[in-house]
Design a protein around this ligand. Structure first.
Ligand SMILES: NC(=O)C1=CN([C@@H]2O[C@H](COP(=O)(O)OP(=O)(O)OC[C@H]3O[C@@H](n4cnc5c(N)ncnc54)[C@H](O)[C@@H]3O)[C@@H](O)[C@H]2O)C=CC1
Ligand SMILES: C[C@H](O)[C@@H]1OC(=O)[C@H](O)[C@@H]1O
Length: 254
């Protein structure tokens, strides 16, 4: 069963990793997909090629989500090409691991701008378009298990992930009257570029793996189903919710 037939889906940071998996998943479920990317044009082009190979239409648009102007441009280009926005997936994010006591101001500010400000202005631009269209929509934010737990080298990052989930709770209220649902997915540890240096530490990787009841670290396509579900009418009465996708890591205290 195709869950997003006829929909136009926008995904940020989709040249690789979880964003790419969400974009491909949406296409597999019958959507046309517009992806934002910042630097990796080859990755973006190959994601669009994969979307087209699935029989759907695709478009890639360059833009740094930290710049609020990117949000309006992304939505405008999507509407130019496909006429509407039905689903928006806020995925772009960075996590430059660093200790707390000597956190460089630039690292802190860049992480806030990409992960939090970027999410805010992107969600706002997508929501304005959905309100204008008048037939509702779905917004899914890629938050994190890190919205619920801390990280010694992530003191600048975990507040952005809690912030993104909190944004979905508030926009669920602000946008409910327009039929726009807003939810978060909370991935656990998923093997992508964002953590490949961190997980090169064999001891740490081993510890993470052992903490996961399902016995393995996540892959980007583990997020495909949960994101498509929240974007689809199967979740038509779900808003303001958060779905942990972590192989059971969070609940595994002892
Ligand atoms: N990999 C993991 O274990 C987890 C990842 N997440 C979140 O998932 C999201 C995706 O990350 P991953 O796929 O894991 O890593 P990734 O590094 O493969 O993907 C991040 C994407 O965001 C893009 N991006 C970064 N800065 C950008 C900017 N300024 N403007 C536009 N695009 C930008 C990158 O180009 C890349 O495509 C992030 O928000 C991350 O916080 C959440 C929980 C766990
Ligand atoms: C980048 C980290 O490996 C990853 O990001 C998250 O949000 C997870 O909690 C992991 O710490």
């Amino acid at each position: 069963m195709k869950l997003l037939e006829g929909k136009t889906v926008l995904v940020t940071g989709a040249s690789a990793g979880i964003g790419r998996a969400a974009a491909i998943g949406a296409a597999r479920h019958g959507a046309d997909v517009v992806i934002n990317f910042s630097r990796d044009e080859a990755g973006a082009a190959s994601a669009v090629a994969e979307i087209e190979a699935l029989g759907q239409r695709g478009l890639y648009v360059q833009g740094d989500v930290a710049d609020p102007a990117t949000a309006k441009d992304f939505v405008a280009k999507a509407v130019d090409k496909f006429g509407k926005v039905d689903v928006f997936v806020n995925n772009a994010g960075i996590c430059p691991f660093h200790a707390f006591l000597d956190m460089p101001v630039e690292t802190f500010e860049r992480t806030m701008r990409v992960n939090m400000h970027g999410a805010y202005f992107m969600v706002q631009a997508a929501a304005n378009q959905m309100v204008k269209q008048g037939h509702g929509g779905a917004i899914v934010a890629v938050s994190s298990i890190s919205a619920l737990v801390g990280g010694e080298y992530q003191t600048h990052y975990t507040p952005t992930k809690a912030g993104v989930h909190s944004l979905m709770q508030s926009t669920a209220i602000a946008l409910g009257k327009y039929g726009i649902r807003c939810n978060s997915v909370l991935p656990g540890t998923i093997l992508t570029d964002i953590n490949k240096d961190d997980l090169a530490d064999v001891e740490k990787r081993d510890y993470m793996e052992k903490r996961i009841p399902l016995g393995r670290l996540g892959q980007p396509d583990d997020l495909e189903g949960p994101i498509v579900f929240l974007a689809s009418d199967l979740a038509k009465y779900v808003t303001g919710a958060a779905l942990l996708v972590d192989g059971g890591m969070f609940v595994n205290l002892q």
